[in-house]
Design a binder for this molecule. Structure first.
Ligand code: PLP
Length: 331
């Protein structure tokens, strides 16, 4: 199977903002983006993106999961990066048109079609380090993806980093390329030095998130996860899992949690930890690495509650259970 996100459908929807209005969206070849080398995005990182998925149901229909939530975040990221405002209705239509165009290529469960709306500042102006791009471009790339857990589910090893940050605090809730770039070297170092799969960023002992997923601690029937603030990405999967868990009767505590409390709870036999995100839904964490010590979470393996919650969410996405929250949009 090709690596996640490396296969693209040959066309994408695209629309350009000329300083006053958006062009009528078109479907164009997905490798045909033309940019001036002085484009704002290439120098000053005026870029944000989204990640969501479309699922093929057993009856052949194709449904997009929580598109409106991703559109809200896309609008917010664009605003916080001083990019031109998006027209959410037009972007929604662009997503639907692109998915519809490739509906026949949406893989069957456990695969899906990953959707990547992107918004970039296009003004050719390298003197605008401290000024926004007046023009921009939006496009919707789609990429068929297979079973994320095809190689089997493995509990991750996660390095607890209580010094460094993933990104600047005020950038945390923006889904922007620079945030990922700023976390790359620390992640590479953690992989090489302690064979960690991910870093859990906990600046000054405050448990936040990993490089590309939110963090949930599951202690018996309680889920503890940081309350939404500007320092980390407000995951759609996080919100979906918390909604489902609440309905299952679990207690949800959205609050700050310190590394000390995390490690104390992790030692209990019923404790589980998981990473949540669109790509993998919920991935179990088996081991923390902290100041050179390895700490197993619960039994160190794959948590039962983690698997139960993941299945409940997947069942809605693939139409195996009722869409009782109205999360799916048919294309
Ligand atoms: C930094 C970061 N946090 C959290 C998430 C999870 O967000 P979502 O559940 O919306 O995919 C992502 C996702 O892609 C991410 O990159």
């Amino acid at each position: 199977m090709a690596a996640f996100g490396t296969v693209f459908m040959p066309e994408m929807a695209i629309s350009w903002f000329d300083g006053s209005s958006w062009s009528t969206p078109e479907l164009v070849a997905s490798d045909s983006l033309q940019l001036h080398p002085g484009a704002h995005v290439l120098h000053y990182s005026s870029t944000c993106f989204e990640g969501l998925k479309a699922f093929r149901h057993a009856d052949g229909s194709v449904k997009i999961f929580r598109m409106d939530k991703n559109l809200d975040r896309f609008e917010q990221s664009s605003h916080l990066l001083a990019l031109p405002p998006i027209d959410k209705n037009a972007t929604r239509e662009m997503i639907i048109d692109t998915v519809r165009r490739f509906a026949a290529d949406v893989p069957e469960a456990p695969g899906s079609l990953y959707i990547r709306p992107t918004h970039i500042g296009t003004e050719a102006a390298i003197g605008k380090a401290a000024a926004p791009s007046l023009t921009s471009c939006q496009y919707i790339l789609v990429s068929p993806v297979g079973d994320y857990f095809a190689g089997g589910v493995a509990a991750l090893r996660v390095l607890i980093e209580d010094d460094g940050m993933r990104c600047a605090t005020h950038m945390g809730m923006i889904k922007s390329g620079g945030n990922y770039a700023s976390a790359l070297l620390p992640i590479m170092k953690a992989r090489a030095e302690v064979q960690a799969d991910q870093i859990l960023f906990c600046p000054n002992g405050d448990v936040q998130e990993t490089g590309a997923a939110n963090f949930l601690l599951i202690d018996d029937d309680e889920i503890i996860t940081k309350a939404l603030d500007e320092s980390f990405l407000h995951g759609v999967t996080r919100d979906s899992v918390l909604t489902i868990a609440r309905d299952m009767g679990m207690r949800i505590s959205e609050r700050d949690i310190t590394v000390d409390e995390l490690l104390e709870r992790a030692a209990k036999p019923n404790c589980e930890a998981a990473l949540s995100g669109t790509a993998a839904v919920l991935t179990p964490v088996g081991t923390f690495i902290h100041h050179g010590k390895e700490i197993s979470i619960g039994n160190g393996g794959i948590g039962e509650t983690t698997l139960k919650l993941r299945k409940a969410l997947n069942d809605i996405q693939w139409g195996n259970s009722e869409d009782k929250y109205g999360w799916l949009t048919e294309v």
